[in-house]
Design a protein around this ligand. Structure first.
Ligand SMILES: [Zn+2]
Length: 410
């Protein structure tokens, strides 16, 4: 059973745990967190803090590991009904065709029902911040009624460039936790002028601009040569744009040439990239979201995690949708990354799943246990006893069987 504790702003609390993992500072054994006004005030060992503040209300989780909530920076909740309905064939184009076809068979009520189940699953997994992309907006009401922080990106798919903006239901669904804006699907499904217009819309409103980028080799081929299966698909769907001139650039270079890369742009996937692309990402400070299990499912390859880290690019994690994943679990993404990149420290992976994810979505007071940050914590119970030395805790966290036992939030 998952226990939920909603803190009262006028109370002072002292939270006790076996381990506290602040993420931005070293783990604390037998740790304590002082909380007041829904914010984190101090961190230390429980003993020290209790001596100073003996009268505070104590929340005792002495058997649990406490850490910040996880961030799933990229998913499409409205596609949740497609779980197990799409085969992994190793061909990206077959996958995309299959998604388009199966999606047409889904009714809105069914899509909403499955999206609701997916939201419940994300909550039980310990996710606190979501980047949700949708074409219908049917998940907005669900997110608005939930305790998640995050973004809803109303995604535009229009290569012909016929599209007009409306202030998307922003007033109808205002929540202090949820930000709502437009995003572009990808460089091969949205016309260049429209990509620029969506970026400019977001820039004016200080919102994040999200776009899938450099996911498949077919996307690279399309932008480099103007040929390949994507041309056929666009023509078939009546989306071919006669005025489109092949840029003869990589996807990252192309978006850079359109002037849409900066620290408030979130590039999703970025699997098929080279040294030059890495330099552009670094120079523009664009954010990167990796979805490794989705990449394995669609057969596009694995992201160049070591290269990103070597270039000091802080990447975050997403699951993408249940059309290319069997779970919306950031824990599973972490396990996969650690399996394929065992030379990278597990601590860095945890940072991707929390602090860097919150930063990428513009939540600068979440994703870590730090003074003045908002309280949004998860408490984990493990089948095995946790190690008592900090060096071993990160690997333990990723690889061992666990359950989110408590969620503490304001
Ligand atoms: Zn996606």
């Amino acid at each position: 059973m998952l226990e939920e504790i909603k803190l009262q702003p006028h109370h002072h609390y002292l939270i006790k745990a076996k381990w506290i993992l602040p993420i931005t500072s070293p783990p604390i054994l037998e740790g304590g967190i002082e909380v007041g006004g829904n914010k984190i005030l101090r961190l230390g060992t429980f003993k020290e803090l209790q001596k100073e503040f003996p009268k505070f209300k104590i929340l005792n989780f002495e058997h649990l590991i406490l850490m910040p909530c996880l961030v799933n920076a990229h998913t499409h909740l409205e596609l949740s009904a497609l779980r197990f309905k799409i085969l992994s064939t190793g061909s990206f184009i077959l996958w995309i065709r299959s998604v388009i076809k199966k999606r047409e068979t889904l009714g809105l009520t069914e899509m909403k029902e499955y999206a609701k189940r997916a939201i419940d699953e994300l909550w039980r997994e310990g996710i606190g911040i979501i980047g949700d992309v949708g074409n219908t907006g049917l998940t907005l009401e669900l997110l608005n009624n939930s305790n998640f922080y995050g973004y809803f990106f109303k995604e535009v798919i229009n290569f012909k460039g016929e599209f007009t903006f409306k202030q998307y239901q922003e007033n109808q669904f205002y929540s202090p936790r949820l930000k709502i804006t437009y995003s572009a699907h990808s460089p091969y499904t949205v016309a260049p002028l429209l990509i620029q217009a969506i970026k400019s819309f977001n820039k004016k409103r200080k919102k994040i601009f999200s776009i899938h980028c450099a996911e498949s080799k077919e996307e690279v081929e399309f932008l480099q040569t103007g040929k390949g299966p994507i041309v056929a698909l666009l023509k078939e769907k009546g989306q071919w744009n006669e005025s489109f001139v092949c840029p003869k650039l990589s996807p990252v270079e192309y978006l850079y040439s359109l002037g849409v890369l900066d620290e408030n742009t979130l590039l999703v996937h970025t699997v098929n990239i080279d040294e030059k692309d890495l330099e552009i990402i670094k120079k523009t400070k664009a954010k990167v979201c990796l979805c490794p299990r989705s990449n394995l499912f669609t057969g596009v390859g694995l992201p160049k995690v070591s290269e990103f880290l070597k270039a000091d690019i802080e990447v975050c994690l997403g699951t993408d949708s249940l059309a290319s994943n069997d779970k919306l679990s950031v824990w599973e993404e972490l396990k996969t990354l650690y399996l394929f990149f065992p030379h990278i420290s597990p601590e860095t992976f945890l940072k991707m799943a929390t602090f860097w994810g919150a930063k990428a979505l513009g939540f600068h007071n979440l994703g870590a246990i730090k003074e003045n940050y908002l309280v949004n914590l998860i408490g984990l119970k493990f089948v095995e006893e946790p190690p008592e030395v900090p060096e071993k805790i990160w690997e333990f966290l990723i690889t061992k069987e666990k359950e989110v036992k408590v969620r503490i939030y304001a």
